[in-house]
Design a protein around this ligand. Structure first.
Ligand SMILES: Cc1cc2nc3c(=O)[nH]c(=O)nc-3n(C[C@H](O)[C@H](O)[C@H](O)COP(=O)(O)OP(=O)(O)OC[C@H]3O[C@@H](n4cnc5c(N)ncnc54)[C@H](O)[C@@H]3O)c2cc1C
Length: 393
C-alpha cells in the first residue's frame, strides 16, 4: 500500500504537522522509540513554554544568523496563529511576565495529547519502534526502510529532530542516512543552549543561586563574540540559565566568559558606589554588599572571600567576573542543536527539499536553533504548517 504521507518522527514538529493537515490523509507517523513527543513533554520543565509574546518581527534575531532565512515561514505561521490554533483545540494559553507563553494548565501533556488527537483525526497512525534507516526515491514517491519493514509514500516529511538529549530518540542518526542516500548537505551538528564549564569555578557550594538579569559576554581574547542578558544560574559545577545558554553555541574551550551579576550596572558605576559606601563602613563587607546590590548573602560572602575589601576588586568580580572556558555542555545537556540539514537545500516557504520534490524537512532536523523562550517550539509549529499546507496544495 502507498501512504499519502509519512511523517518521520513523533516529536513536537511531527505531531504539529499531523495535527495541522487541512485534508484527511492516509497517513503514518514512523517513530523510532516507544514513546510519543518525549521532548515536548520535557519542554519548559514539563510546563511547555510553547512560544513567546510580542511581534513576530522580534523573533527573527532570536534564531541567530539563519533567522532571516525563515522569516516568511514565521510571518505566515506566527505566534498569534499558534495560540489561536491551540485555543481552537481546547488548549488555552497565557503570557507570563517575562513574555513566555505557556498552556494555562502548565502541563505539556495537555499539548501533546491534543496534537495526537488532532493528528489521528487527520488520518495519521503512529507506529512506534520504527527507526527509519534508509530512504529511496520510487516511481510513485518514496520508499522508507525501518528495522521492521519497508513503507511506500507519495510524500515524506522528516521531523527527526537534532541531537540534543539523545535518550529521547533524537540522536541525529538520520543525518548519515540523508548524506548517504540523498546526498543532502548537513551542517555539522553541535550543542546549543548548554551550560558552560570554566576553569577554577568558585561557586560549587552556591549551587541554586540565580540572578534574574545577569549579563554574559563571550570573548576571544579582546574580541567580543556574543553577549546576552537574562537569567543566570550557578550550579554545583557550571554556569547555566538562559543568558549563559543563549551564548553557549558560540563558546569554545580556551575562550572566555565574562559575567556581570549586577547587569546593567557597569564596572565604573559599581566601583563608584562601592567606594562611597565602603568609606567609614563598620559592618561586615558582605552584609553591605548584599544590602547595596540586593544580592544573596552567601554569594556576597563568596565574592568578598575572592576580592577582599578593595572596591576595585569587588566591582571587578561583580561586573566583570572572567573565566576561561574548559568545555561547553554536551548534547546530553544541550536543549537544542545548532546545525542539521542546510537551509540552502530547502525551499523555506514550503520546507520541501529543492533537489527532492515530495520530501520535506521540519523542526530541529533543519539548521535552525532558537534562543530559550519558546522560539524552538514556535519554529516546529511554523515549519510543520508550511509543510502540511504545501502537501495539501
Ligand atoms: C529539556 C528540554 C527543554 C526544552 N524546553 C523548551 C521550551 O520550553 N520551549 C521551546 O520552544 N523549546 C524547548 N526545547 C526545545 C524543543 O523541545 C525542541 O526544539 C523540539 O522538541 C524540536 O522538535 P522536533 O520535532 O524537531 O524534534 P524532537 O522533539 O526531538 O522529535 C524528534 C522525534 O523523531 C524521532 N526520530 C529520530 N530519528 C528517527 C528515525 N530515524 N526514525 C524515526 N523517528 C526518529 C525521535 O525519537 C523523536 O521522537 C527544550 C528541549 C529540551 C531538551
Amino acid at each position: 500500500m502507498v501512504y499519502d504521507c509519512i511523517i518521520v518522527g513523533a516529536g513536537a514538529a511531527g505531531l504539529f504537522c499531523g495535527a495541522a493537515f487541512s485534508q484527511k490523509q492516509n497517513g503514518l507517523i514512523l517513530e523510532k522509540t516507544r514513546r510519543t513527543g518525549t521532548k515536548l513533554l520535557m519542554s519548559g520543565s514539563g510546563q511547555c513554554n510553547i512560544t513567546h509574546d510580542g511581534s513576530i518581527k522580534d523573533f527573527i534575531p532570536c534564531y541567530g544568523k539563519n533567522g532571516g532565512r525563515i522569516r516568511s515561514c514565521l510571518y505566515r505561521y506566527h505566534n498569534v496563529h499558534l495560540r489561536e490554533f491551540l485555543k481552537k483545540n481546547g488548549v488555552d494559553t497565557f503570557v507570563r511576565d517575562d513574555g513566555k507563553v505557556f498552556p494555562k494548565s502548565m502541563d505539556a501533556k495537555e499539548v501533546r495529547d491534543m496534537l495526537c488527537r488532532k493528528a489521528a483525526q487527520n488520518g495519521f497512525i503512529i507506529q512506534h519502534d520504527s527507526p527509519v534507516t534508509a530512504l529511496a526515491k520510487t516511481d510513485s514517491g518514496w520508499c522508507l526502510s525501518t528495522t521492521r519493514s519497508d513503507y511506500l509514500a507519495k510524500t515524506v516529511i522528516l521531523a527527526t529532530g537534532g541531537c540534543s538529549y539523545p535518550t529521547t530518540g533524537s540522536d541525529g542518526s538520520i543525518f548519515d542516512v540523508l548524506k548517504r542516500d540523498l546526498e543532502i548537505e548537513i551542517i555539522p551538528p553541535k550543542p546549543a543552549l548548554s551550560p558552560v564549564k570554566v576553569q577554577d569555578y568558585p561557586y560549587t557550594s552556591l549551587s541554586g543561586i540565580s540572578f534574574a538579569n545577569g549579563g554574559v559576554v563571550l570573548l576571544d581574547g579582546d574580541k567580543k563574540l556574543a553577549e546576552h542578558n537574562g537569567g543566570l544560574l550557578l550550579t554545583h559545577r557550571d554556569f547555566s540559565g538562559p543568558a549563559v545558554m543563549n551564548i553557549s553555541k558560540h563558546g569554545f574551550t580556551g575562550g572566555c566568559i565574562q559575567l556581570n551579576y549586577l547587569y546593567p550596572v557597569s564596572y565604573e558605576d559599581a566601583f563608584a558606589i562601592l567606594k562611597a559606601s565602603l568609606e567609614g563602613n563598620r559592618e561586615p563587607v558582605e552584609k553591605l554588599l548584599a544590602a547595596t546590590f540586593d544580592l544573596p548573602r552567601r554569594f556576597a560572602k563568596a565574592v568578598v572571600q575572592r576580592a577582599g575589601n578593595s572596591p576595585k576588586e569587588l566591582a571587578k568580580i561583580l561586573t566583570r567576573d572572567t573565566f576561561t572556558i574548559t568545555s561547553i555542555g554536551s548534547f546530553n545537556q544541550a536543549m537544542a542543536t545548532a546545525g542539521g540539514i542546510a537551509l540552502s537545500e530547502v525551499n523555506t516557504k514550503t520546507m520541501e527539499l529543492k533537489k527532492h520534490p515530495g520530501l520535506f524537512a521540519i523542526g530541529e532536523v533543519l539548521d535552525i536553533d532558537g534562543m530559550t523562550g519558546g522560539y524552538n517550539l514556535q519554529f516546529a509549529y511554523a515549519s510543520a504548517c508550511a509543510a502540511s499546507d504545501a502537501v495539501c496544495g
